[in-house]
Write a protein that binds this ligand. Structure first.
Ligand code: ADP
Length: 642
């Protein structure tokens, strides 16, 4: 079979992505080597693991290592490992397909950044997307990968120039593991392309970016000949990295740069982390952990199937990446390594979830992460704000799922509010600003801040100087239904139930209200009849100052926004009828009452009721069921009035 070369095309999106990488204005092109060494190191980890689990695996595990081979004349650099390797199908799936969820969006943003010559944004984007192996095309105009999966006989050659296509060839023979050969672009220091066949350069890059890789990264160096007759010097093998597990070293001896490089290795992110947590527990149950909060959310944070979780080691032996049992889903963006002393080396993913030690670590790590963020808020508010902007919506999922830490999470959270046009507030600060007589933390949920701010529901609160939280993340719709109070102060939606803004009202005022209700009752009854298809009640409002009407829900009704979200997810729901509230001080409403009192058979009353209801929907940014009918009724009314 060897020798038959097949040519495959990259998908359109992959091709675009590659073009952008090839012509990347990313200046730190050296990092391609970190990516290739990272992949090689992962492949060695996987080999060790697989041979541990499968005693019959026919694999060579004698001397796991990575080598860098250079050929200055041919201008090639080869990164070789004797790790797990890839089957032909894996090569096609993993190397032949770069497009994953979010590619189109990524390509669009990257084009934009490149067009603006915004190297920082370009770097952030490439990094957050994780182009990994494909970063080779920043420095090479042709890349050849030869691989054989441990335990298999046939190998595979993959080659591409990074343009439209790649070649695949089956090989009868290939060494176990993977070699990636870069046919280097000409050196061009202006374009940040250096001589990657120069051992000094390679040594520098490995020390800087890959020193902690737990496997030897070797290269052959030539010592210059001392006697004039020998043209070639002595060749010796040099190991370029120290191989020290970073998390096992004392914190005081680790530099910030070392943490950063380690982060980039475990996260496949190219930008620096926002926060580093190095922690250990000693005593009956020992572990060491280095955890990182990234500085930006990955594109797939809210999609299924993204890379999740931290790497688990047991006594320095890699057990699994993406270990999801160690952290709750709402902290899925946290990266890093946890090394446990007392776990069994062949613990399975399923067993992990039940494991008491894992549960204990889970609890402690969550506490540690949350207290770190809390401390961040105190000592470096700017960074806290970045954290909350990037990860707040994910963390708020914890308000629902992590009842143990609910109080801590509520304390950590920030929310937009009417107090400030841009800055968010903590609940504690909100409470400290509450007015005399105000008994609730008020909030309104919906699609956007602008809509909420203009919603009629807010009028009376604004008039009273009461602050309202403006909650616009989809998850807000859900947690507000579960959490009834913050530190003893009840939370209350201003678009649900009856609001009583006159907590301290005199008895006299109460009697006046009652009288008014009686006065309006005949009109309200008539409107209830006319609108029975649309609303379950029509009543007077204490929420409104300038608008004639608004629609609200009962205390336990789902909000229109949540209803819309459910429908968007394909869930069928019975129609939720809401309540129409009228402003008894608005001239439209008072005249309507007078008109009704004068002639309660006037057919125009029904049409005006419809208009009122439609206006209330529009005012909160909602949609009309029949806009054509609404406009016709409105036009008729206006014509009659002129
Ligand atoms: P990432 O490393 O971020 O997953 P890459 O594009 O660098 O993305 O690699 C894609 C996948 O290809 C890896 O996840 C791995 O499964 C496989 N791969 C890459 N390099 C190697 C290697 N040297 N040995 C075995 N598998 C590899």
């Amino acid at each position: 079979m060897s020798g038959k070369v097949e040519t495959h095309e990259f998908q359109a999106e992959s091709r675009q992505l590659l073009q952008l990488v090839v012509h990347s204005i990313y200046s730190n092109k050296d990092v391609f080597l970190r990516e290739l060494i990272s992949n090689a190191s992962d492949a060695l980890d996987k080999l060790r693991l697989e041979s541990l689990r499968d005693g019959d695996l026919d694999a060579d595990t004698a001397d796991p290592h990575i080598t860098l081979e250079t050929d200055p004349e041919a201008r090639t650099l080869t990164v070789r490992d004797n790790g797990i390797g890839m089957s032909r199908e894996e090569v096609k799936g993993l190397i032949g397909t770069i497009a994953k969820s979010g590619t189109a969006e990524f390509v669009r943003k990257l084009k934009e950044a490149n067009a603006n010559k915004d190297a920082a944004a370009s770097a952030d984007l490439i990094g957050s997307f994780g182009v990994g192996f494909y970063s080779s095309f920043m420095v090479a105009d042709r890349v050849t990968l030869v691989t054989r999966r441990a335990g298999e006989r046939e190998g595979t050659r993959w080659e591409s120039t990074g343009e439209g296509t790649y070649e695949l060839e089956a090989l009868d023979e290939a060494p176990q593991g993977t070699s990636v050969t870069l046919h280097l672009k000409p050196t061009d220091t202006e374009d940040h392309l250096y001589d990657y066949t120069d051992v000094h350069r390679l040594r520098q890059i490995v020390r800087k970016h890959s020193d902690f890789i737990p496997w030897p990264v070797r290269t052959t160096v030539e010592r210059p000949a001392t006697d004039g007759e020998n043209t070639s010097g002595e060749r010796t093998v040099e190991t370029l990295n120290s191989m020290k597990a970073l998390w096992a070293r004392p914190q005081s001896e680790i530099s910030e740069d070392e943490y950063k490089e380690f982060y980039k290795h475990v996260s496949h992110d190219w930008s620096d982390p926002l926060e580093t947590i190095h922690t250990r527990a000693e005593g009956t149950f020992e572990y060491q952990a280095v955890l990182f909060v990234p500085s930006h959310a990955p594109l797939d944070l809210y999609q299924q199937g993204g890379r999740r979780g931290v790497h688990l080691y047991v006594r320095r032996v890699f057990i699994m990446d993406d270990c999801t049992s160690l952290l709750p889903n709402y902290l899925r963006f946290v990266k890093g390594v946890v090394d446990a002393q007392d776990l069994s080396l062949n613990v399975s993913r399923e067993a992990l979830q039940q494991d008491r030690q894992i549960q204990l670590m889970h609890r402690r790590l969550v506490k540690k992460i949350l207290s770190t963020v809390a401390a961040l808020r105190e000592k470096d508010n700017e960074r806290y704000r970045t954290f909350w902007r990037e990860f707040g919506p994910a963390v708020k999922e914890g308000l629902l799922s992590d009842t143990d830490n609910r109080e801590t999470l509520l304390d950590l959270a920030s929310f937009p509010s009417t107090h400030h046009p841009e800055e968010q507030t903590s609940l504690r600060d909100y409470v400290s600003r509450m007015k005399d007589g105000q008994e609730h933390v008020y909030y309104l949920t919906g699609e956007s801040r602008a809509r909420l701010e203009n919603s009629p529901h807010i009028e009376a609160f604004r008039a009273k100087g009461y602050e309202v939280l403006l909650l616009t993340d989809p998850v807000d719709e859900v947690w507000v239904d579960q959490i009834r109070e913050f530190d003893g102060t009840p939370l209350q939606s201003i678009a649900k139930g009856q609001v009583d803004l006159d907590g301290g009202a005199e008895d006299k005022e109460r009697t006046e209200d009652k009288q008014r209700a009686e006065e309006f009752e005949p009109l309200l009854a008539r409107l209830r009849g006319a609108l029975s298809e649309d609303v379950k009640d029509v009543r007077l409002s204490s929420r409104l100052t300038t608008s004639p009407a608004c629609v609200v829900g009962d205390a336990h009704d789902i909000t229109p926004n949540l209803e819309k979200m459910y429908r968007a997810m394909g869930q069928e729901l019975p129609r939720v009828k809401r309540i129409l509230e009228l402003n008894p001080d608005h001239p439209l409403v008072t005249r309507l009452k007078d008109g009704h009192a004068a002639d309660d058979t006037d057919p125009a009353l029904g049409e005006i009721a419809e208009l009122l209801y439609g206006m209330a929907l529009l005012a909160e940014g909602g949609e009309l069921a029949d806009p054509t009918r609404f406009t016709r009724l409105l036009a008729d009314r206006l014509a009659a009035a002129l």
